[in-house]
Design a binder for this molecule. Sequence first.
Ligand code: UN1
Length: 495
Amino acid sequence: MAKLFKNHINGKWKASASGEIFENVNPANCNEVVGRFQKSNAKDVNEAIAAAEAALPKWRATPAPKRGEILFKVAELLLKNKESLARDMTREMGKVITETRGDVQEAIDLTYYTAGEGRRLLGETVPSELKNKFCMSVRMPVGIVAAITPWNFPIAIPSWKLIPALICGNTVVIKPATDTPLSVVNFVKIFEQAGLPPGVLNLVTGSGTEVGTPMIEHDKVNLVSFTGSTDTGAVIASTCARNMKQYSLEMGGKNAIIVMDDADLDLAVEGVLFGAFGTTGQRCTACSRVIAHKKIVKKFTDLLVKRTRSLKLGDGLLAKTDIGPLINESQRTKVHNYVQIGKNEGAKLLIGGNYATGKGCKNGSFYQPTIFADVASKMRIAQEEIFGPVLCIIPCNSFEQAVEIVNDSKFGLSSAIYTRDVNRAFQAMETLDTGITYINASTIGAEIQLPFGGTKGTGNGHREAGTAALEIFSEWKSVYVDYSGKLQKAQIEHD
Ligand code: UN1
C-alpha cells in the first residue's frame, strides 16, 4: 500500500482528528497511488492555528538575520534534495522532469534571495519637521498567515508565500492543493531539518471546504495568501473583507503573445510553443492567445502546427517526453468541454482537440496539444481561462489593434510581443495592461527577483516575489522619537 503522510502541527507529524485519509494519484498513470494523506477538518485547523499563535511571540522576537540563517539552510537543503523533490513532483503532478527541476530551482532562488532580506528588511529614516526628533519606519510581522497553494507549482508557489512570511516574522499554516500534498510535505520536512522552531510553520492537508474554509474564517488568522481559481479567490476576498482580514490573491490569466510582421518567426514559434504547451498549458502565465499580424499569420500558423505535431506526450519522468498529462480527469473534461465550445463558436480546429490515448498515454489524463485558428476576441475560448494545452490564434491588422485585443480581457497577468522594431517594443511595454510583459520571449518564465502578479481580475493589486512580497507579509510601523525633553506639536508649531 502507498505510504501514509501526516499533518505537521506544532513540530509534530500527526494524524487528522477525522481519522480519514485521501489518496493522491499519478496523473500519468492512474493505477499508481503516490501517497495517502490526511483528510483533515476544522479541528486540525484550529489546532494548527493555535500552534501558530503560541509560536508567534518568540518567532517575531527572533532577530531577522537569525530567521534568515534558518532560511539559508532551507535553500541549501532544497538544493541538496533537488532531484528527489523533482521526481516526487513529477509523479504527483505530471509535468516533465526538466520543469519540476525548474520548479524546485525557483524555490531555491527565491529562498536564497529572500533569506538575505533578514539583513535588510529596509524601512525609511526621514527628517522630522521639528528639532530633536527622529522619524523612521520599520517592518512588523502581520501575525498569523494562512497560505493556500495550487497544484501547478507545488514547491515554487508555496516558497513565494512561506519564505517572505517567515523572514518577516509571521507564523504560518499552509493548506496545499489536494492534488499535490506530497511536494509540500517534502518541503515542510526541509524546514524541520533546517531547524525551524515548532509551531512556526504548520501543514494541514485536505479539501477547500473542510480545511480552507475554517482557515479563512478563523478569527486568529491575520492574512490569507492564496493562489488559485478566480471563483475561490472571490470567496476568500469577501470572507476576509467581512472579517477585516488582509488577503492577497493571485488568480487567473488569459495571456497573449503578439507576433508582428517583422518578427523572427522561428523564434516566435518556439516561444509560443513553450508558452502554450509547457506545463501542459497549466500555468497562470501560459500563452493561450496569439495575436498574429495578417501578413504573417498563415506562415506562422503553418510553422507552429508543424512543430506542434512533433511534440511527444507521455510520462514526465521519461527524458523523451515533451508534454505530461493534465492534473486530473475533471480538468481533462473541462479542457475538452472548452474545445467543444470553440468548435461551436466557429473557430477552426487545426490540430488536437481530443483526449490523447496513444502509446504511453493510456492510463493517464493526457490531452492533445490543440490549436484553433480564426478565433475572434469575443469568443469564450479567447476570454475564459482554460488551463490546458489549447491555443487560440487571432489575426490582427495592426499593432494598435493587437494591443486592443490583448487588453480585451478581464485578466492582466502576462503578455509578450515578438518584433524587431525597438519603438514598437517600447510602445508595447507602455500599453499592454498586464503585470508582466516580455519582449521577444514567451509569457512564462518569470524570475524571482522581480514582482510577480497581474492587473485587473488576476489579483488584488499585490505582487509576490522580489522585494514586493514584503509589502504583503509585513506591516509598516512609523516611529517618532522625540528627544527634546519638551512637548513639541507637529503641524501646530509651524511658524
Ligand atoms: C503560475 O503559473 O502560477 O513565470 C506561476 C512563470 C513561472 C511561475 C508561474 N516562473 O511561468
